[in-house]
Each structure stands twice: as C-alpha cells, then as structure tokens.
Design a protein around this ligand. Structure first.
Ligand SMILES: Cc1ncc(COP(=O)(O)O)c(C=O)c1O
Length: 403
C-alpha cells in the first residue's frame, strides 16, 4: 500500500480548525452567501448561452479560453468599473477567474510564503482567511471602527513589522458591505489607507465582491483602485453572488507588473485558473442585456429578506445583544454577551435545522465566538422568521440571553 503521507508536497494545505456542524445539511441556511435563488431565470440563462454560442461559434469551445479570459466580458467589466466604481481599468489588465476565490488563489500563490504577514480587518471573510492560514500566512487583524480599518493602527503594525525586518505582503480589505461586518469604508478613510500603504510600500488588496449589492442608504464611494493614478491596489470581484455561485465566474484587475509575472493568468494555450468559457459566455451575454434589471431584482429581494431578519432579531433576541443594520450585502453580524460560545453551539443549532457562522471563523485565532454572522440571501422571509426563532430558543436554553 502506498503511504501517501510520505508523498504529499510541501504545498499541501495546512489543517485549519472548523467548527463541528459547519458542513451539516439544514433547512435554515444563515451561513452562506448564496445568490438569491428566485432571481435566477433559467430560460434567460439558456438564451444567453445560445446567444454566446451563436456569436463565438460552438467550435470556439474546442480550444482553451483566450489569455485573461473572454474578451467581451473583460471589456464589459472595464466599462462597468469605470461607470459604477470610478475606476478606469484597461480590459488587458482584467483577468477572468473561477470566482473571486479563484483570483484570490492566484494572488496568494503568487505572493504568500509561510510566515508572511497580511493585514486584515478585525473580522474578515472566512474563505480567503482560510486560504491564508492553509498557506501558513500570518493574518494580523487590524482594529477597526464603523468605517473600517483604523489607518493609525495600520501604520503602527507596519512600523513594528518594519522594526523587526519584516514586511506585510498585503493590506487586505473588503471596503464595500464588508464581510462579515457590513460597513462601507467612506472616501476619507480610503484616502488615509492609501496614504499609509504608499508610505510603507505595501500593496492593498481590495475585494469588492458586494459592490452590486446596495439595498438603500448613501451611494457608494469610488473604489480604492480608482482614487489615485497607478495606485498599488489589486482588485478582485465576482459575478457569483449576483448570478449564481455555481457559475464560478469572478475577476481580478492587477497592476501590469503583476499581470506580467503571473503565467497562470496570462499564458497562451495553457490550462489556467480561468473560469469555464461557457460560463463566461453566459455571464457576458446576460449582463450585457439584463444587468440593471437583475441588480434591481436582487436589491428588492435582499431588502425584504434583510428587513425580515432584522425584525426577527428584534422580536426574538434581547435588546442587550447587538447587531449590524447593513445598507447592502447579505449578512448581519451579531454580538452576544461575553462568554457565549457560538462555535461550540453550532452543532446543536444544526440539529434544529439552523446554521450560522461563529465569529471565530472570521479570525485567525478562531476566537471572539460571542459574535456570529447570519446571512439572509438564501431563505425566504417566512423561513428567516422561523429559523431565527429556533436559534433564539437554543441560545436562551444555553443561557446566552442572561445578560
Ligand atoms: C468577500 C468575499 N470574497 C469572495 C467570496 C468568494 O466568491 P466566489 O464565489 O466568487 O469565489 C465571497 C463569498 O462569500 C466573499 O464574501
């Protein structure tokens, strides 16, 4: 028998702690940022695929996608970034990847050695955090307020790394409807962060996966990537939350010097981490004709679901628990009294058909589990009300509502 343990490469992902119950199948799924299921129109998706095959010729699928991915989609992305995000990217600097996650994988593989520090928000998206931990990176959580990372704290951390002869590989931020905290970083804070990044010569990784998910409130400030010419910002985003996570289509926009160094993003005729060309055809044709109406349908669906979840929280959770009231995105972050352990309670919640994400999943140290994240994109408003009621019942039994 082969002893595989002796053969695995040094790149084998390191084990990362995950709470029991995280992969249970349940009805009330408040743990995942799925696209809103009802907004996906199968007949429109089929028409978009047909239009793509008619335009490119079905035989175009015989070869590999072009370097960087579907040319029309890259142009469409550049156009949308310019009009919606104040960011003038050249289509040549856009590359299509298998989700934002695919783009992030390429960048982590390109930049991260074990032990490398990466500055991240106080709580940060569990998927990229996990990828960092699997590669042996050292995510450092930066104290933040309701506007995002505190620039002085960023500077202090970068200075103390510098004093030790170390350098962070990225300042990693989700500045729009942050996952999981829900805030949007205002323009002033963006400029302050850019100043610090420039001073210490550390690139910013800007993940705008939720830029199309404004429900109400103030218009979004321009992307960090658009605020200064030739800023050292790498941008990633995705169509998965909008059109379907199963499509696996996202993208990145990189400084030309980075693109040039990434053979997997730009080499000719090699299998790469590009998305499926068929899926990108669908996204291109569909977004070209339906972007505005689709985004509005998602907005309306999320508004009703967010409001249902906020009402259910008010009705079932004591007022001394605190939760965010986001103006966009698809998640609410809740704080229970100190001592509550949502990591430990997750498995019990799944026996009541409910799932959420404990706060520790958004932290490198797996701590701060009196917090947890709820998402509202997947279930209907009635299901949201039922599921939150069940969760409140469990937390009450666990003594988490005793204040
Ligand atoms: C902030 C953020 N980035 C990236 C992703 C992953 O996106 P994709 O499905 O496009 O890989 C998610 C999914 O939850 C996310 O919340």
């Amino acid at each position: 028998m082969v002893d595989y343990a002796r053969l695995f490469s040094r790149n084998l992902p390191r084990a990362v702690a995950t709470p029991e119950g995280a992969s249970a199948q349940v009805k009330y799924i408040f743990s995942i940022t799925n696209a809103v299921p009802e907004v996906i129109d199968a007949s429109e998706y089929l028409s978009a695929i047909r239009a793509g095959l008619d335009a490119d010729g079905a035989a175009s699928l015989a070869g590999y996608p072009p370097p960087g991915g579907h040319v029309g989609l890259r142009e469409l992305i550049a156009g949308r970034l310019a009009s919606n995000r104040g960011f003038n990217a050249a289509p040549e600097d856009v590359f299509i990847a298998d989700g934002a996650g695919g783009a992030i994988t390429i960048l982590l593989d390109a930049f991260i050695n074990p032990g490398d520090p990466v500055l991240v928000e106080e709580f940060t998206y569990m998927g990229s955090l996990r990828m960092m931990l699997e590669r042996g990176a050292e995510p450092i959580h930066v104290p933040s307020d309701d506007d995002g990372m505190l620039p002085d704290a960023v500077a202090d951390i970068l200075q103390s790394l510098d004093n030790d002869g170390r350098r962070a590989k990225f300042i990693w931020t989700i500045p729009v409807f942050q996952n999981p905290l829900g805030y949007t970083m205002p323009a002033g804070r963006r400029n302050a962060l850019l100043d610090v990044a420039e001073r210490f010569e550390v690139p910013i990784l800007e993940n705008e996966s939720y830029a199309d998910f404004r429900i109400d409130g103030e218009p979004l400030p321009p992307a960090l990537s658009g605020l200064r010419d030739n800023a050292d910002v790498m941008y990633v985003s995705s169509f998965t939350k909008l059109l379907g996570c199963g499509l696996r289509v996202g993208f990145g926009v990189l400084p030309p010097a980075v693109t040039a160094a990434l053979p997997r993003a730009n080499a000719e005729n090699l299998p790469r981490r590009n998305a499926s060309h068929l899926a990108t055809m669908l996204v291109y044709e569909y977004m070209r004709d339906h972007a505005a109406e689709h985004i509005e349908a998602v907005r309306r669906a999320l508004q009703v679901r967010r409001d249902a979840m906020l009402e259910a929280l008010s009705a079932n959770f004591p007022a001394f628990c605190e939760w965010t009231e986001p103006h966009g995105g698809m998640m609410i972050f809740v704080r229970l009294p100190e001592g509550a352990d949502t990591w430990a309670t997750l498995a019990k919640a799944t026996t009541r058909d409910v799932k959420y994400n404990p706060g520790g999943m958004f932290r490198a140290d797996r701590g701060r589990n009196n917090h947890f994240r709820l998402t509202y994109s997947h279930n209907t408003p009635d299901e949201i009300r039922e599921g939150i009621g069940r969760l409140a019942e469990l937390f009450r039994e666990e003594g988490y509502f005793e204040g």
